[in-house]
Ligand binder design. Structure first.
Ligand code: AMP
Ligand code: MG
Length: 493
């Protein structure tokens, strides 16, 4: 094996190729970050550094802080703010854009994989509107941990390289301190990146952007005569599958505006997100979402609504029939994948007739306020013969559980399922650890009050391997403490 492959790069030898910067001026505003004063390292994520072949030792250099707190420009980078618009809570906002994030550039690794380095909290841009261009440490920690938690769970997401902190004061509901987060993704193009040009009637730009995204990220479609509807269909499928993954794991995004919807089907822009504790379909993680537009059980439908907005923005590139045909793939893609995922969580074969088993379970989980993650992790040890008290005890209504368990047992027997085999398999499917709000809160408190980042780093390592046993972190696998239910997560970040 070649010992120099993959290569280990320094900050100065990252391989930049800035394709977005080469698009016409209408797509972005070129500018430099505003330096974050007296920066210090809060956390560095080696597994994201691997993606760009950055030598982890580079994180110890002063220059690391200078580049990622906006004091210096990485050689080969070409910083810019991306333009976009979006439907926010159902209403179209004609111009948003990167108001506090700057795309530093795109690094291509030796496997040819492209990674945007996106610096969030980098200062004002022409798209800042009334905002200050900053991000606070609290929200940066939340985004950093959740990117990596989702990745650990196998859910498509942007990644996070590091957090850099500063004592600079930033004003939210209260005075907080600023930070930058380096986010990574093959692309940060959003549904709203297309919508902005549709609403301005700039059809040439819609085509340029579609051709660009197809060439970069959907190259298998590039030569097809119907490449635009095929592209739309591909985004529809990825979005539907992403929604199925969120529902199966119990993740609520909180702000599913079309400017937060990735053209690659990634989970993007972590704000007031939440993982379910007790199973509650009506769970609203965003304290500012008064109508519950983005409640947990609304997500699949909102995903469908959002791809309709994208279809409208792409409508100059296809016929109405083509757009409708592409959109019509959504429900099936969602339903099929959701059944696959939920069947896998139960350890049964995915088949249409498993649906009553799933819906019956969700009903009793809800009625009994059962913790979603703990239930499934315990289910891994379900015995076909004998007692299942550890699972049964999660339910106030024991008879309801017994009735469901009878159906479940019958299903397992019908499939010839073996308890030991299924247990091993399910330990790879049902996570032991998820990023509960209170866990992020503990890490944030230590970081903000004591400048102690050990909990951020411990959680990072834990959540990157959420299916594994971590005996020293066992307490995070249990029920959330009582105070967890009083945490309110607002949009402010
Ligand atoms: P978000 O809710 O974080 O997805 O942001 C929605 C829009 O508001 C995006 O265009 C952001 O760039 C912008 N934005 C959010 N916070 C700030 C801020 N502090 N300063 C400038 N722009 C912001
Ligand atoms: Mg956003």
């Amino acid at each position: 094996m070649d010992r120099d492959f993959p290569p280990r790069r320094t900050l100065e030898t990252l391989n930049f190729d800035n394709s977005y910067a080469r698009l016409p001026a209408a797509f972005h505003a070129k500018l430099l970050p505003t330096p974050l004063p007296a920066p210090y390292l809060v956390s560095f994520n080696e597994s994201a550094a691997d993606l760009i072949e950055l030598d982890p030792a580079q994180a110890a250099r002063t220059e690391f802080l200078e580049y990622f707190a906006g004091h210096k420009v990485l050689p080969g980078a070409e910083p810019l703010a991306m333009l976009y618009a979006g439907h926010q809570f159902g209403h179209f906002v004609p111009q948003l854009g990167d108001g506090r994030a700057i795309l530093l550039g795109e690094v291509v690794n030796s496997r040819g994989q492209r990674w945007d380095l996106h610096l969030k909290g980098a200062g004002e841009t022409p798209f800042s509107r009334s905002g200050d261009g900053r991000a606070v440490l609290r929200s940066s920690i939340r985004e950093y941990l959740c990117c990596e938690a989702m990745h650990g769970l196998g859910i498509p997401t942007t990644r996070a390289l590091c957090i850099v902190g500063s004592d600079v004061e930033v004003y939210r509901e209260q005075v907080e301190t600023g930070a930058t987060l380096v986010r990574m993704a093959p692309s940060h193009v959003r549904f709203g990146s297309f919508e902005v040009f549709f609403y301005r009637g700039q059809q040439a730009e819609i085509k340029i952007l579609a051709d660009y995204v197809i060439a970069q990220h959907y190259p298998e479609l590039a030569e097809l005569s119907d490449k635009y509807p095929r592209f739309l269909r591909e985004v529809v499928l990825r979005t539907a599958q992403l929604m199925a993954k969120w529902q199966a794991v119990g993740f609520a995004h909180g702000v599913m505006n079309t400017d937060n919807m990735s053209i690659l089907g990634l989970t993007l822009d972590y704000g007031p997100y939440g993982f379910l504790d007790q199973f509650d379909p009506a769970y609203i993680c965003n304290h500012s979402d008064h109508s519950g537009r983005y409640a947990f059980d609304q997500q699949p439908e909102i995903g469908a609504w959002n791809v309709t907005c994208l279809a409208q923005a792409l409508s100059p590139l296809m016929s109405v029939e083509q757009a409708k045909a592409a959109l019509s793939a959504y429900n099936d893609a969602f339903g099929t994948h959701y059944i696959e995922l939920m069947s896998a969580k139960l350890g049964v074969a995915p088949a249409p007739d498993v649906v009553p088993l799933i819906t019956g379970l969700l009903e009793i989980l809800q009625q009994n306020h059962v913790d979603y993650t703990i239930f499934f992790r315990r289910l891994n040890r379900f015995k076909q013969a004998g007692q299942n008290d550890q699972i049964r005890d999660l339910f106030l209504d024991r008879a309801a559980f017994d009735a469901w368990a009878t159906l479940y047992r019958a299903r397992l027997q019908q499939e010839g399922s073996l308890d030991a085999e299924r247990a091993t398999q399910l330990d790879r499917v049902n996570p032991k650890y998820i990023l509960r709000n209170y866990m992020a809160q503990v890490a944030i408190q230590k970081a903000v009050q004591d400048r102690d980042y050990t909990e951020v780093n411990r959680l990072l390592a834990l959540l990157q391997a959420p299916f594994d046993e971590h005996p020293e972190m066992e307490h995070y696998a249990g029920f959330p403490p009582d105070w967890a239910s009083s945490i309110e997560v607002s949009c402010s970040s």
